[in-house]
Design a protein around this ligand. Structure first.
Ligand SMILES: *[C@@H]1O[C@H](CO)[C@@H](O)[C@H](O)[C@H]1NC(C)=O
Ligand SMILES: *[C@@H]1O[C@H](CO)[C@@H](O)[C@H](O)[C@H]1NC(C)=O
Ligand SMILES: *[C@@H]1O[C@H](CO)[C@@H](O)[C@H](O)[C@H]1NC(C)=O
Ligand SMILES: *[C@@H]1O[C@H](CO)[C@@H](O)[C@H](O)[C@H]1NC(C)=O
Ligand SMILES: *[C@@H]1O[C@H](CO)[C@@H](O)[C@H](O)[C@H]1NC(C)=O
Ligand SMILES: *[C@@H]1O[C@H](CO)[C@@H](O)[C@H](O)[C@H]1NC(C)=O
Ligand SMILES: *[C@@H]1O[C@H](CO)[C@@H](O)[C@H](O)[C@H]1NC(C)=O
Length: 428
């Protein structure tokens, strides 16, 4: 049924929100002028109405076009389907559109860490905020805050993982918080567990710090010397107690594993503190840890009650040669995404991706991937870069001129993680 030719034509001509309006008005018309719409089969109306993924944001310009649009049934059917099983999100392109405005800024949203507050920290090029991810085979609905909160009504959404996961969590909070009046929301930040509450929706959007998912000696009191870090690859139960009773769980773990070719791994003997570790190749240690996580999910999570997501690797862009910049400047001064289709750099470890795919495939509880790796690989322009802090201090003017100070791991907010959440919302 998918007619990509039709979709391409329409994607260029008619913005997605217009379709939504079309549907809204269509349902309205259906009530008023039932006989006029009799040519639409009841089947197709049934198909459209329950679609939970529509973006209901009104767009005044859409109303004029309604009459001509409702005539073409084929067209309506094709446009609305977003199915993560059928649509390969990764296959698409970033399209620049100056009139795309982020739903928030790092000034309007009070919850953004300084690490991600690029504009506040002095970034003056803004193009990175105006790119839209367009999958080739389907339309990705834009993020609708009202819809997101409705889906979260009476629920807990918990992001568990590392600082990239915190990046995504803060993006999610900012994407929804601006429609909630001051008195109806609250934020409690903790070292490990942070909770944003939307009171009138009885919903929470939470973050739990667990950079390896499993335990380690460097989670809380971070050990600078990566050689001294030891990971308890089979210890998860204690902290995972705090991940139960949640409706939507979103996990990640990647970048902390990339500190070297091997990982000091503790296996089985918690009694001895951190003695008696073995050194494993990173993918091996990662696999042991992920299996520990998978076993916990399978033995604890009731898939009828809890939806489980896993955000794939967020690419790091510390090697500019990967995209042909021979100056060895990390992502410094990059203001445009990589154009080359399927670009994949050394900052996304394919071995890790393959471990994730294999482990998850064997799980009983279904886990949905938010597969952000390919789409984010293009976005060398989206990182916090030199508009960040180091050791709790903002980089000075002078420090900012040194490419080696650029943070090419985390992302500016608003920015790329908003698209990750757009994908998450479409799959909720
Ligand atoms: C619907 O639109 C497509 C192109 O957008 C066209 O090929 C098709 O003939 C139209 N169908 C009707 C019933 O008008
Ligand atoms: C750019 O975005 C605006 C607002 O979302 C939309 O109305 C417009 O059609 C888009 N332009 C293109 C060329 O996609
Ligand atoms: C609010 O949501 C929680 C689950 O997150 C639920 O246990 C509780 O009953 C809800 N309260 C109301 C008043 O709906
Ligand atoms: C985790 O749960 C335990 C009880 O199981 C509780 O004592 C502890 O405070 C919780 N920690 C966090 C960070 O929520
Ligand atoms: C989930 O629901 C299905 C169908 O209602 C039921 O067969 C299954 O036992 C339930 N699973 C659990 C873990 O409760
Ligand atoms: C950054 O790039 C611009 C061109 O895109 C160039 O004019 C400028 O000199 C570059 N800055 C540095 C410090 O390399
Ligand atoms: C994520 O997408 C990439 C392609 O973009 C693919 O190679 C990879 O296998 C996917 N990962 C998972 C876990 O499905």
């Amino acid at each position: 049924m998918i007619h990509s030719g039709i979709m391409k034509i329409h994607r260029g001509k008619v913005p997605f929100p217009i379709i939504i309006i079309t549907i809204g008005v269509l349902v309205f018309f259906a009530v008023l002028y039932a006989e006029r719409l009799s040519f639409l089969s009841s089947k197709s109306i049934f198909k459209l109405k329950p679609c939970p993924r529509k973006n209901t944001k009104p767009k005044p310009t859409g109303e004029k076009k309604v009459d001509e649009e409702i005539v073409n049934e084929t067209w309506i059917d094709d446009r609305f389907e977003f199915d993560s099983e059928e649509c390969n999100i990764a296959n698409g392109k970033w399209v620049f559109n100056q009139s795309i405005k982020p739903l928030y800024t790092d000034i309007t949203c009070p919850y953004i860490d300084r690490q991600f507050s690029c504009v506040k920290n002095g970034r003056t090029d803004f193009d990175y905020q105006h790119w839209e991810w367009q999958p080739e085979d389907c339309t990705l609905p834009s993020f609708n805050a009202v819809l997101a909160l409705k889906k979260l009504q009476g629920k807990r959404l918990l992001f568990v993982g590392d600082s990239l996961q915190r990046n995504q969590w803060e993006s999610f909070v900012c994407l929804v918080e601006w429609i909630i009046p001051e008195k109806q929301k609250s934020m409690k930040r903790g070292i490990v567990h942070s909770v944003f509450k939307a009171k009138e929706y009885n919903a929470t959007v939470e973050f739990y710090w667990a950079p390896y998912l499993v335990e380690s000696n460097t989670d809380i009191n971070i050990i600078g010397d990566t050689k001294k870090r030891i990971i308890k690859v089979d210890a998860i139960k204690e902290r995972a107690k705090n991940w139960t009773g949640v409706d939507i769980l979103v996990f990640n773990t990647y970048v902390w594993w990339m500190s070297g070719a091997t990982i000091k791994s503790l296996w089985g003997s918690f009694g001895n503190g951190y003695n008696g570790y073995e050194e494993f190749d990173t993918p091996v240690a990662y696999k042991l840890a992920l299996k520990t996580w998978a076993n916990w999910v399978d033995s604890t999570i009731n898939p009828n009650k809890t939806k489980v997501f896993f955000t794939t690797m967020s690419p790091t862009h510390t090697r500019s040669q990967d995209w042909g910049n021979m100056k060895d400047e990390k992502c410094f001064n990059e203001t445009k995404p990589v154009k080359k289709k399927k670009h994949w750099g050394t900052g996304s470890d394919k071995r890790i991706m393959s471990v994730v795919a294999k482990v998850v495939k064997k799980m009983k509880v279904p886990v949905t991937f938010i597969n952000i790796t390919q789409i984010s690989e293009y976005r060398i322009d989206g990182h916090s870069n030199v508009y960040t802090e180091t050791g709790g201090k903002l980089l000075t003017e002078e420090e900012r001129t040194n490419p080696q100070n650029a943070d090419c791991i985390h992302w500016c907010l608003p920015g790329v993680p908003d698209t990750w959440n757009q994908i998450l919302l479409a799959m909720l």
